[in-house]
Design a protein around this ligand. Structure first.
Ligand code: UT7
Length: 352
């Protein structure tokens, strides 16, 4: 049976480092609070007006393609996962396709936030297994810093997120001893609004639990006038919103479940695992999951200390760094696990 394998991997993070001390100048927070609650020391921010989600994604993609030994002509399909696209539409997939100079192939955008890369990997894996495509470029990238609330009101969210991109080239292989063994995707929309980017949007207040549409203008026209409003601008409801403790609780339950699902469905245990790459949501979440599953330190890769939470980019950036450092080697059993807004959660088990 055909399998898909990661033939090349690359990542890109912008040069600008923003430390916790830099954020202290903008809001009521502290280096101690951020490090103690999240493990984050610094994050990278894209260069305004010069970089975007798609340009960072393209840089990571070029590295992955070079390492996979493929050219534009070899790529059959592009999948781009992000929650911070350059445009509301069209998606970053076509922008990356244009930037790379590839014409005519399909480009799909994935909107599954922190689980986006693993969802994308699953989609790519099915296309390759079915024989539809042989070589797929999968990218996860984010430009969070363009839209955060840098006042004290937004501090629980803004201190966490950072910018960056990661990419892989997936290729078909007939070798049963390598590649993606399985992927596992889940979602539960019950708490969709607990971690969200509410505005601008077309929701028109329809999903609000309370009946007060406080983001909408009193002089609203008969048609339209709900996507962006003066009230959204004045009350800053265009920045991401998160009920941190609720998200934390759900994450520490779902991460272990989905990791074990990947292992048990392949007849394996945590003992067989060589490397766990958890989505970099919060170092405390990764440590909690690690201790619940009794996985030793050398078998978990974390880099949130340097980059913050880069959402769809966090897994490919971490996987790339782990591979570059020689911590992921040929034949290793690697588990990728993600959790995020939606809520969505997912895992993938790979033989490197
Ligand atoms: O990647 C997608 C998934 N996302 C996650 O998994 C994130 C999950 N959640 C978390 O990581 C944590 O909930 C946070 C790191 C976001 C927050 O940590 P927490 O320990 O849950 O803090 P909290 O929200 O319960 O807030 C505790 C206190 C509050 O003050 P009071 O009400 O006790 O006076 C907050 O206002 O900490 C305050 N606070 C801050 N203080 C200093 C919140 N953010 C900050 C801040 N600096 N940046």
């Amino acid at each position: 049976m055909k399998r898909s394998k990661i033939a090349g991997i690359g990542h890109y993070v912008p040069e600008k480092r923003v430390t916790n001390h830099d954020l202290v100048k903008l809001m009521d927070t502290s280096d101690e609070w951020i490090q103690e609650r999240t493990g984050i020391v610094e994050r990278r921010y894209a260069e305004k007006h010069k970089e975007t989600t798609s340009t960072m994604g393209t840089k990571a993609a070029r590295i992955a393609m070079e390492r996979a030994g493929v050219t534009n002509d070899d790529i059959d399909f592009i999948i781009f996962a992000t929650l911070s696209p350059d445009y509301y539409f069209p998606g970053c997939g076509v922008l990356t396709q244009r930037e790379l100079g590839i014409k005519g192939i399909g480009a799909l955008d994935i909107r599954n936030q922190c689980s986006g890369f693993v969802y994308g990997l699953s989609v790519a894996d099915q296309f390759i297994k079915s024989g539809m495509y042989k070589t797929i470029l999968l990218i996860g990238a984010e430009y969070h810093s363009c839209g955060l609330d840098y006042t004290t009101r937004g501090r629980n969210v803004s201190v966490i997120f950072g910018d960056g991109a990661g990419a892989v080239v997936l290729k078909a292989t007939e070798n049963e001893n390598e590649g993606v063994l399985s992927t596992h995707l889940h979602a539960d929309g019950t708490d969709a609004e607990k971690l969200m980017y509410e505005n601008p949007g077309c929701h028109g207040g329809v999903h609000k639990k309370e009946d007060k549409l406080y983001d909408f203008d009193d002089d609203e026209p008969e048609f339209g006038g709900i996507f962006t409003t003066k009230k959204m601008m004045s009350n800053k409801s265009y920045a991401p919103y998160m009920e941190g403790p609720a998200v934390f609780k759900f994450a520490v339950k779902k991460f272990p479940e989905v990791i074990m699902e990947a292992l048990t469905s392949n007849g394996m245990t945590t003992e067989d695992l060589d490397m766990l790459i958890p989505h970099q949501a919060n170092l405390r979440i990764s440590q909690f999951v690690q201790s619940m599953l009794k996985i030793p330190d050398e078998k978990v890769y974390n880099n949130i200390q340097k980059y913050g939470n880069t959402t769809a980019a966090s897994i490919p950036i971490a996987l790339c760094e782990a591979w570059e450092a020689g911590k992921v080697k040929d034949g290793d059993l690697v588990c990728l696990a993600a959790f995020g807004s939606g809520f969505t959660w997912a895992s993938a088990l790979l033989r490197w």
